[in-house]
Design a protein around this ligand. Sequence first.
Ligand code: FES
Length: 368
Amino acid sequence: MVQQFNPDDPIQEALTPPSSWYTSPNFLSLEFDQVFFRGWQAVGYTEQVQEANSFFTGRLGNIEYVVCCDENGKLHAFHNVCRHHASLLAFGSGKGSCFTCPYHGWTYGLDGALLKATRITGIKNFNVREFGLIPLRVAIWGPFILLNLEKETLSQQDCDDDVGMEWLGSSSEILSTNGVDNSLSYLCRREYFIECNWKVFCDNYLDGGYHVPFAHKDLASGLKLDSYSTTVYEKVSIQTCDGGEEQGQNDFNRLGSKSLYAFIYPNFMVNRQDRYGPWMDTNLVVPLGPRRCKVVFDYFLDTSLKDDEAFVVKSLEDSEKVQMEDIKLCESVQRGLESPAYGSGRYAPMVEKAMYHFHCLLHRNLMK
Ligand code: FES
């Protein structure tokens, strides 16, 4: 299946990946092993665990994780699984000085240490120090929290040193100097469950604005679509587009009224725009099955605008409209991919460069 896509064909001649990449449960298992459980994955943002004793949980494939900030402000991440009989320990997000298992009450500190194992009188060959939570490597880049779910161990220090370069490569500096930083504060989260393979959503994002004039007519009116440009880096692609009438003279060293759409392989998007004021949203695409995914939208805004309710409501409504339009497209594509009529397609070379880059990266990872 993997080899049915040929990354050596130039985009002008290449076929898109076969539909089996988007429908096969075995292919998704391979993606978890080779893509999601290797390298850094975005899982959240720093404000979620800014305060001492705060935590949030999540799931990627069969990995349940909890990220927390201990009472000394140190960030940790663990497998969110009790060492007694495997119950999940923490749910959702919140605050607390320890994790108490809801099943039989074993209690762990936020540093992962097993603090209390209830009613184990008579147990033999049991060392409490060996039954702490299993740690995961965690790192911060800008406003984002990253996990590395690889089984092979590197020290936490090794990870922290090169996370920016490893995760973003040479685009790291470009993103941070173009407003993907801590200057905006968290506004809210929206989650969408979509009946499509996770890559269908990514592909839709990576078509260089190709679908915008057809599928997002309101959005298209605020963008100069002929200014769309795409640049690919190691594991990142950045699409930019000028705003409509409000377009200023600024180049991209300052955002001005440009929009920046960064795709960070494999499943994280950062959209930074100043069209309506300093605004950023991130999209995390979480595979839930061969034909189902969840997309988590987190919105960030300049603090000075957070109290402007009319502005916030209007901006979120505009965003929601675009998401609904995209969901309809993605679910339609998934049904088409499952039809015997379709095997694979072609790229529009001038606009779908970022999509081709995504497929080539995926192919490379899956062949390892
Ligand atoms: S499963 Fe957690 S205490 Fe028993």
